[in-house]
Design a protein around this ligand. Structure first.
Ligand code: GLU
Ligand code: MG
Length: 436
């Protein structure tokens, strides 16, 4: 068959979906300058393809500008055309970053971090997902046979990630039914969130070639575990890593301590951005190994922020390996927006010179409400509605974004919630399984 190669200019939008438009590859130079036409109201397309109230209506034009440094070309060598997409920025017609472009929002957060601390952020996203088409073998948590059944998939996906310039780290037959986890090595700054988008999309593209569907829905069945997105973060300065300090409590450097304290202080108000679906709150409950309180845990998989273990022995290697992990995120969130919210919260902690958080090594669900309050912990929002209210009410948090951002975001999420409001929990889960 004759064919003319195309490139899909992609944006990770407020719904956490990757959307965009394709153009002929031989017009890349033109498109890098002029972009592809984009419409402001597209930002209100929910994950169910309904359109939320939009202040933009049918007006306005934007440009979707492909970024050649975020080019993905993967030839699966299965007779289908190579997959080709390029992460893109949304700019106004006079060339400024648009206030709802998630990549630009993340870039601004990273610039704030750099200005405050001279640190660059390294991040790695762990993604859990499930095969919607199932497996033939039940009871395979971490099982060799569970892995073997999908080993062809794992190897094709790893090759695809390699071709996209990412470094596959691990592939795990996870605990939940038909659940797997894919992780790539850390990348710096915006590239880390780009890598998360690329990982999700290549996982879906690989699954299709195996006649499967991979779903990253936050939770598929409330009787079982959810699909988390765990974001590992560390800081790099001009002279080496800045995350670890042997003299700090539990190895936290002053920078990491203040950053973590900010993330914890603002976590209940940023949850609407990191765990943004209606069913995200079915996952964020105690004893599901997700996150239910705003605590920094030492190697605790129920903590919303976790100090990860280090296996290295010499001081330099420890400093490179040491990282903290944000666990209250899922794949309904754009990785760029989730990371931006976390970085801004951390920056806020640095600006406010917050003291190092107390580190927990206990089950907080056993504490009474009074004990939690006395020790400064909050139960994270238990519904999307509550999370949105706390986001919109926190003027420090909404102040990190474009002046119209909070209102538009809340309208977007309200329309998404309206789509599922008359469904029971199982139907909601099924709808989100289809959407993500
Ligand atoms: N599935 C859990 C979650 O929803 C995480 C399990 C793990 O620690 O890998 O976050
Ligand atoms: Mg996992």
């Amino acid at each position: 068959m004759i064919r003319k190669p195309m490139i899909f200019a992609a944006t990770s939008d407020l719904s956490g979906k990757t959307r965009g438009k394709a153009f002929p590859a031989d017009e890349l130079n033109k498109r890098r300058e002029r972009g592809m036409g984009w419409v402001p109201t597209n930002v209100q397309i929910t994950c169910f393809d309904t359109i939320a109230d939009s202040p933009f209506g049918s007006f306005g034009d934007l440009a979707l500008i492909p970024d050649q440094s975020a080019d993905v070309t993967v030839d699966f060598e299965d007779g289908t055309p190579p997959e080709r997409f390029m992460l893109s920025d949304i700019r106004t017609l006079d060339g400024r970053p648009w206030g709802f472009c998630t990549r630009s929002i993340l870039r601004a957060a990273l610039l704030r971090l750099k200005e405050l601390s001279d640190a660059r952020l390294l991040a790695a996203f762990e993604h859990e997902f499930q095969f919607a088409g199932g497996s033939t073998l039940p009871y395979q948590g971490f099982g060799l046979q569970g892995h073997a059944e999908h080993a062809g998939f794992a190897e094709t996906l790893s090759a695809a990630l390699d071709e996209a310039g990412l470094r596959p780290d691990s592939f795990i037959c996870e605990y939940g039914p038909d659940q797997f986890e894919v992780t790539v090595a850390p990348e710096e700054g915006v590239k880390a969130a780009d890598a998360a988008v690329i990982t999700r999309e290549l996982t879906r593209m690989t699954a299709r070639r195996f006649e499967q569907k991979a779903t990253f829905t936050p939770i598929r069945d409330v009787a079982s575990v959810g699909n988390g997105v765990h974001i590992h973060m560390s800081f790099m300065g001009d002279h080496g890593p800045l995350t670890y300090d042997a003299a700090g409590a539990h190895g936290l450097s002053p920078l990491t301590a203040a950053f973590a304290a900010g993330v914890l202080k603002y976590m209940d108000s940023i949850l609407a951005l990191t765990a943004p679906s209606v069913i995200s709150y079915e996952r964020l409950t105690p004893h599901r190994w997700s996150a239910a309180y705003n605590n920094l845990g030492l190697q605790d998989r129920e903590a919303s922020l976790r100090i990860c273990p280090v296996t290295a022995k010499d001081p330099d290697a420890i400093a490179r390996q040491f990282n903290i992990e944000y666990r209250a995120a899922d794949a309904a969130a754009s990785p760029h927006l989730a990371l931006a919210a976390i970085v801004h919260a951390g920056c806020q902690g640095i600006e406010e010179s917050l003291a190092a958080p107390q580190v927990t090594e206990e089950d907080l669900s056993l504490l009474s409400a009074a004990e939690l309050e006395q020790r400064g912990f909050v139960r994270l929002p238990e519904t999307l509605e509550d999370a949105l209210q706390r986001f919109a009410a926190n003027k420090v948090v909404t102040g990190w974004f474009d002046p119209d951002f909070a209102a538009v975001y809340v309208a977007h999420k309200t329309a998404e919630a309206a789509f599922v409001q008359d469904m029971d929990t199982a139907q909601k889960c099924a709808a989100y399984e289809d959407a993500y």
